[in-house]
Design a protein around this ligand. Structure first.
Ligand code: NAI
Length: 240
């Protein structure tokens, strides 16, 4: 088995595509998610190189136990992809504190907890690569997504800060800002909204999860060994 990477939100959508690509690249993947059945389905598809780890990334205790469990059962972790994310959209005046807190907890605090738990081993072995999945809304803003856009912008701050903190130990930290990608998350949007978004993309179409996975593959691998603290848009030109 190849080197080990941990992917959150691995059960479906972009996280599943990332796991699939990393397995194709020769990585072993520990896939973390709250959706246990979907994790089992991913495991059946991807075989022995993928191990399912049920985990809610908002729980500090569970993240700590999972890090210890993965390291003792599967060995040292060289890659971490913080991909788990949710939306709870609403215009600011109608946004509840519960919807604000939940999105912060999953998207931002979850990534912080995972970085803290898994960087310990990376610091010891003086090698690692972390990729945080942000969004174009971190750069552009999005009406109705004050909570979501704030967390995705926060992830860029986390990325650049950890890149500086860890650079001396040969741990790289980068982010990807996907645009409008076809997954369960965007399938929930009304058809008209989807068409409107797609028409604003210079490449004039929605992106595929595999295109985000390809960028993750590059950032986790040795071909990007001189790249840290950056954000790569995968957005069909939306932020140009
Ligand atoms: P998705 O909803 O299909 O997948 C998200 C995954 O995260 C799900 O499997 C879900 O169960 C998991 N998850 C949610 N809460 C969790 C928790 N507390 N602990 C562990 N796992 C949890 O969404 P999609 O589209 O695949 O998104 C993946 C990432 O990409 C998210 O961070 C999202 O914000 C980001 N993104 C997606 C875009 C898109 O157009 N689909 C655009 C820009 C960013």
């Amino acid at each position: 088995m190849g080197r080990l990477a941990v992917v959150t939100g691995a059960a479906r959508g972009i996280g599943l595509a990332i796991s699939r690509r990393l397995v194709e690249d020769g990585w072993s993947v520990a896939g973390c998610d709250v959706l246990e059945q979907d994790l089992e389905r991913a495991s059946a598809e991807l075989g022995d190189a993928f191990s399912p780890w049920p985990l809610d990334v908002t729980s500090e205790a569970a993240v700590g136990e999972t890090a210890a469990g993965i390291e003792s059962r599967l060995g040292p972790v060289f890659g971490l992809v913080n991909n788990a994310g949710i939306t709870r959209d609403g215009l600011l005046m109608r946004m509840s504190i519960e919807d604000w807190d939940r999105v912060v907890a999953v998207n931002l605090t979850g990534s912080f907890l995972m970085c803290r738990a898994f960087s310990r081993g990376m610091l010891r072995q003086k090698e690692g690569s972390i990729v945080n999945i942000s969004s174009v809304v971190a750069l552009l803003g999005a009406a109705g997504q004050a909570n979501y856009a704030s967390t995705k912008a926060g992830l860029l701050g986390l990325t650049r800060t950890l890149a500086r903190e860890f650079a001396g130990r040969n741990i790289r930290v980068n982010a990807i800002a996907p645009g409008f990608i076809e997954t369960e998350m965007t399938r929930e949007l009304p058809e008209k909204v989807r068409e409107d978004y797609a028409s604003r993309v210079p490449l004039n179409r929605m992106g595929q999860p595999a295109s985000v996975a390809a960028a993750v593959s590059f950032l986790l691998g040795d071909d990007s060994s001189y790249i840290t603290g950056t954000v790569i848009p995968v957005d069909g030109g939306l932020t140009t």
